[in-house]
Design a protein around this ligand. Structure first.
Ligand code: ME8
Length: 520
């Protein structure tokens, strides 16, 4: 059976429409999924929507809809955007799926029966409009620190997951597994917090009297499950009922055994604690394996400002994609900011990268090579018959990519990945200048001209192969232009990366410019 690779994005709340932040995590996960498919691994790439809880209920009420009808209408926004962005997810989970609800209840029952969940009386300051509790230290002169309205003292029964007893085990797990939480700065933050503060128990219920839109506790019908306890379980429940068959077996337990645990949970830095603390301890209490890695990426701003709906400065990925194409957007977000750091989106920086890197470096290279093969060799890839130092250098750069990108994606360094592939694009452009094919044509040195154009076609084929996870359509266009058969996404990388796989005589196909320059 091939090696498995299971990757997840957060499941997004249906209280809002998707923006650049949602697209970012999903694109990053897509690149990893595509890369591992190219390597011939069995891949399960999961994304979806988080549909229960206060925020969603509130958004639905504001629209005069039931929460489910609201969720149905909002989920489509995510699904459509993922199609537009060429996201290759294998499944889309919704926490309102009947199967997911059943798994959440099964796990709650298991924890309750094992004494991992306890009913307790909770006392605290409650802000009714915000529907949340505050501690005595947090409130400001008897008012909610968030909205400034008066808070009231409430005593309420709730169920608690006994999270605190896992504090030491969690510290040990994170310490012993340096890759468990990445990047390292975030790992240190989590460890620092766990080593200096006492972990509390986690309130995992909400009385139905206060919130009804949630999964009912299987052991007390007066309560629903806290939305995070329900949402985090998606990663596990999907492995059972939405994952691809495991080596031909499609039973839930075979699939669970094959796919669980996930290799990577990609999340934004805002939700690292819920994943590294809540989810890890929940899995420990359930006796389930912990994921291989939780990676917290940074935050996007727009023109240096925090994006917010009320300020109206949210980047709508739909607009960018409709104007400049999915690949350019995918390329930009991964190229611009090292994964893990915060980044800023502005149309100026986007345009600069688009024009210099995509239109000039890559797009022009392809169109020059194709035009010359058409003009001098009747549209057929010529034979390589000479071998000069610059040819060897080009081949060496191409050969060096595979081990480099393997390391890059092993540490989720997308920026470095693109940089390492771009070394070949840059070298190929220099190769054009060094060999000046137009001069060879003028001097009627067709033998050398043929070799030069063959090598350039090979360099482009290799660049297309490695760029396929990042820019799937562009890579396919490169593939088609070079007259190569089949879908690049169905290739096996190890079969394709040898130099010289392009057959001389192959008919090329002239197409449109890959990236027509943007004039602002
Ligand atoms: O938190 N920059 O859902 P959510 C980068 N349902 N990424 C951003 C971003 C920004 N400005 N804004 C949002 C939830 N994100 C829960 C998750 S998982 C079991 C439950 C991204 O709709 C980032 O991935 O608020 C963040 O973690 C996610 O959107 C939060 O999406």
């Amino acid at each position: 059976m091939p090696k498995k690779f299971y990757i997840t994005t957060p499941i997004y709340y249906v209280n809002d429409v998707p923006h650049i932040g949602h697209a970012y995590t999903t694109i990053a996960a897509d690149v990893l999924a595509r890369y591992h498919r190219l390597k011939g691994e069995a891949v399960f790439f999961l994304t979806g929507t988080d549909e229960h809880g206060q925020k969603v209920e509130k958004a639905a009420t504001e629209r005069g809809l039931t929460p489910k009808a609201h969720a149905d209408s909002m989920t489509v926004n995510f699904q459509r955007l993922w199609e537009k962005l060429e996201i290759s997810n294998d499944a889309f989970i919704r926490t309102t799926d009947r199967e997911h609800v059943a798994v959440v209840q099964e796990l709650l029952r298991k924890l309750y029966d094992a004494g991992e969940i306890e009913r307790r009386t909770y006392e605290g300051w409650y802000c009714t409009p915000d529907e949340r509790f505050w501690t005595g230290k947090e409130i400001v002169e008897g008012k909610c620190p968030d909205c400034g309205r008066p808070v009231e003292r409430i005593t309420e029964d709730n169920y608690f997951f006994l999270m605190s007893k896992y504090q030491d085990r969690l510290i040990e797990h994170i310490s012993k597994n340096p890759n468990y939480i990445q990047p390292e700065s975030r790992r240190n933050e989590v460890l620092g917090f766990l080593r200096t503060q006492k972990l509390g128990d986690l309130c995992i219920s909400r009385p139905k009297a206060r919130l009804s839109w949630g999964i009912e506790l299987p052991f007390d019908r007066d309560f629903v499950t806290y939305v995070w306890f329900d949402a985090l379980v998606n990663y596990f429940s999907a492995a059972r009922y939405l994952s691809p068959p495991a080596g031909g077996e499609s039973g839930p337990s075979e699939k669970e055994k094959f796919w669980w645990p996930a290799d990577h949970h990609l999340v934004g830095k805002d939700i690292l604690t819920t994943h590294s603390v809540y989810w890890s301890t929940m899995l420990m209490a359930l006796g389930l394996s912990l994921p291989g890695n939780i990676f917290a990426h940074g935050w996007w701003t727009l023109d240096g400002k925090k994006m917010s709906k009320s300020l109206g400065n949210v980047v709508d990925p739909n607009e960018v994609v409709d104007t400049y194409g999915a690949d350019a957007f995918r390329y930009f977000v991964l190229r611009e900011v090292p994964f893990g750091l915060d980044g800023d989106f502005s149309i100026e920086t986007f345009t600069t990268r688009f024009n210099t890197e995509l239109a000039n470096d890559l797009g022009n290279l392809l169109s020059r090579v194709i035009t010359m093969i058409e003009k001098y060799f009747d549209g057929k890839i010529p034979q390589a018959s000479s071998d000069q130092p610059s040819d060897r250098q080009l081949r060496e750069i191409a050969a060096a990519i595979a081990p480099k990108v393997e390391e890059d994606l092993g540490s989720l360094s997308f920026t470095k990945y693109i940089h390492d592939v771009w070394a070949l694009v840059t070298r190929a452009n220099r190769y054009v200048e060094e060999n000046a094919p137009w001069k060879l044509a003028k001097n009627k040195d067709l033998e050398r001209l043929g070799s030069v154009l063959y090598n350039l076609a090979e360099a482009l084929r290799r660049a297309g192969l490695y760029l396929a996870p990042v820019m799937p359509s562009t890579s396919q266009k490169i593939w088609d232009a070079l007259g190569l058969e089949g879908r690049i996404a169905s290739c096996r990388r190890q079969d394709e990366q040898a130099w010289g796989r392009t057959a001389a005589g192959t008919a090329i196909e002239a197409g449109a410019q890959l990236f027509p320059r943007i004039d602002l």
